[in-house]
Design a binder for this molecule. Structure first.
Ligand code: UTP
Length: 472
């Protein structure tokens, strides 16, 4: 075997099998394998093997001293209307000053949807079938025009979809955005290990690597130079959202204002859980910190606890919408505080010891992932605000059923119907607010209720809403 320091390091770490087929590889393949290996921090993997793989008990989530996290309720639910109005004013000022940029995490694999391509290229709107990326791009264009200041957009991809994502934007002329204001960067990767902690090979010259989770965004923002770019452009706040949720109001002045006026370093939106067992994370307080406890980690008895008014006690559900301060991102990426990895047992196609292909039917290995909400306990003054689910959250996760393209298209149509009926139209809707036909409002006409109201009022006569209409 050729002597290479990196191979020796893998052997010393008990991971020498990664190079078992090295002598059979072409020079290009050898280089590819060495490049994969060079990305791996062997000390980190050995530590993760110890804490998360071998001694799974150590991975237990600390549920002691948990109480529901406080949040700013919407005025209609008892919140302070004057404080919300002040927040909105402050947020609008920050948007006009160009202090806020959009940030979508789009590095996931979208396995549940089963769509072949970057998830952002999935068509979602009810009539035009605009893709997720187009919807976000148009919201950014419209908000930029409204505040008189184009909004920068950061897009995190992974090694699996980076090239395809960039190509998609080029093909579509960046959907009318200035190309220089759209910034793509790749998130990091982590190797998968078998249940025995040995790093898995995908091919003889490829290590089984996968994206390091949405929490990898903090270090990727720093490593890619995005944080420096923010500083150069005077951007102080990133508005973080997920690629699968076209309803998201990521340019939300009241949210930005709450973040600013409470001097928060990381802020989040919550929705009241729809029912006790709903599969969302719970915002909780724990010894003076804000934490998110996943649905799978909070015992169902606690999820069902109610207060004296009969409301769920752990009511605040996380919908993965956050604001992140630039200096906080930098501190998390370079300082002593680090996000913890989580373990996910997965079916991972790989090679056996003889180089034969394994296509497992049950989980055969572990992937390591970082979650962005784990940054909350490190943030100063984190603030959580309530939002209406119908205006902020309808993700496309599954091919069918709950959180599917169909439910998402229906939620968009419900929103459009609400907006037009609130202004005097009278289209019929069923008990869930859904009209018997589809129509669509382009984000360029209205990307939130305020901008919609302004465009509607500017029409010479109220548009007649008919099946298939697109207001744009
Ligand atoms: P999900 O947890 O829904 O995962 O990601 P996913 O990969 O999109 O879908 P499944 O679980 O394979 O079906 C939530 C958000 O976080 C992003 C996703 O792109 C999505 O916007 N994400 C997830 C990343 O950017 N990187 C990751 O490593 C994981």
């Amino acid at each position: 075997m050729v002597s290479q320091p990196i191979i020796a390091a893998f052997q010393q770490a008990g991971q020498g099998h990664v190079f078992a087929f090295y002598e059979q590889l072409s020079p290009e393949q050898q280089a590819a394998l060495l490049a994969d290996a060079a990305e791996i921090d062997l000390t980190e993997i050995s530590e993760l093997n110890r804490t998360l793989v071998q001694d799974n008990a150590a991975a237990g989530i600390d549920l002691s001293d948990l109480t529901p996290a406080p949040y700013q309720a919407l005025p209609k639910n008892g919140g302070d209307a004057a404080a919300w109005a002040e927040a909105k004013r402050l947020g609008e000022e920050a948007l006009r000053a160009g202090r806020v940029a959009a940030f979508v995490v789009a590095g996931g694999q979208g396995t549940r949807l089963g769509y072949d391509g970057p998830k952002g290229t999935y068509p979602v709107t009810p009539v035009r079938k605009k893709t997720l990326f187009q919807v976000f791009a148009e919201k950014i264009r419209a908000a930029g025009a409204r505040y008189g200041r184009p909004i920068h957009w950061f897009i995190m991809t992974s090694h699996l979809n980076h090239a395809a994502t960039e190509a998609f934007f080029r093909e579509h002329g960046f959907f009318g955005l200035v190309a220089d204001q759209v910034h793509f960067f790749r998130q990091g990767r982590m190797p998968a290990v078998g249940l025995d902690g040995r790093i898995l090979l995908e091919e003889k010259h490829r290590i089984a690597m996968s994206p390091d989770g949405h929490g990898g965004s903090l270090r990727a923002l720093q490593r890619s130079g995005a944080v420096d770019l923010m500083a150069r452009e005077g951007i102080e706040i990133l508005s973080y959202f997920q690629v699968d949720n076209p309803l998201v109001r990521f340019i939300d002045p009241a949210f930005v204002g709450w973040h600013l006026k409470t001097r928060s370093e990381m802020s989040s939106k919550m929705v009241p859980k729809a029912y006790a067992g709903e599969k969302v994370g719970h915002f909780c307080a724990q010894r003076g910190k804000t934490v998110v406890i996943e649905y799978s980690d909070l015992p169902s008895a606690r999820q069902e606890e109610t207060d004296t008014a009969g409301r769920l006690r752990f009511l605040a559900g996380s919908i993965a919408i956050h604001l992140l301060d630039r200096d906080f991102i930098r501190r998390m990426a370079t300082g002593a505080d680090a996000l913890p990895f989580h373990r996910a047992n997965k079916k991972i196609p790989c090679l056996d010891a003889d180089g034969g292909a394994l296509r497992p039917e049950k989980p055969n290995g572990v992937k390591f992932e970082l979650f962005v909400f784990d940054a909350l306990p490190f943030a100063r003054n984190p603030v959580i605000i309530e939002t209406d689910r119908a205006d902020d959250f309808s993700p496309v996760k599954n091919a069918e059923g709950l959180d599917s393209p169909r439910t998402c298209a229906e939620d968009q149509t419900r929103q459009f119907a609400r907006w037009v009926n609130a202004r005097g139209a009278s289209i019929p809707v069923d008990s869930t607010g859904l009209p018997p036909f589809t129509f669509e409002v382009s984000p360029l006409f209205g990307y939130d209720e305020d901008s919609f109201a302004a465009s509607w009022a500017a029409c010479s006569s109220p548009p007649a809403i008919t099946a298939g209409l697109v207001l744009e």
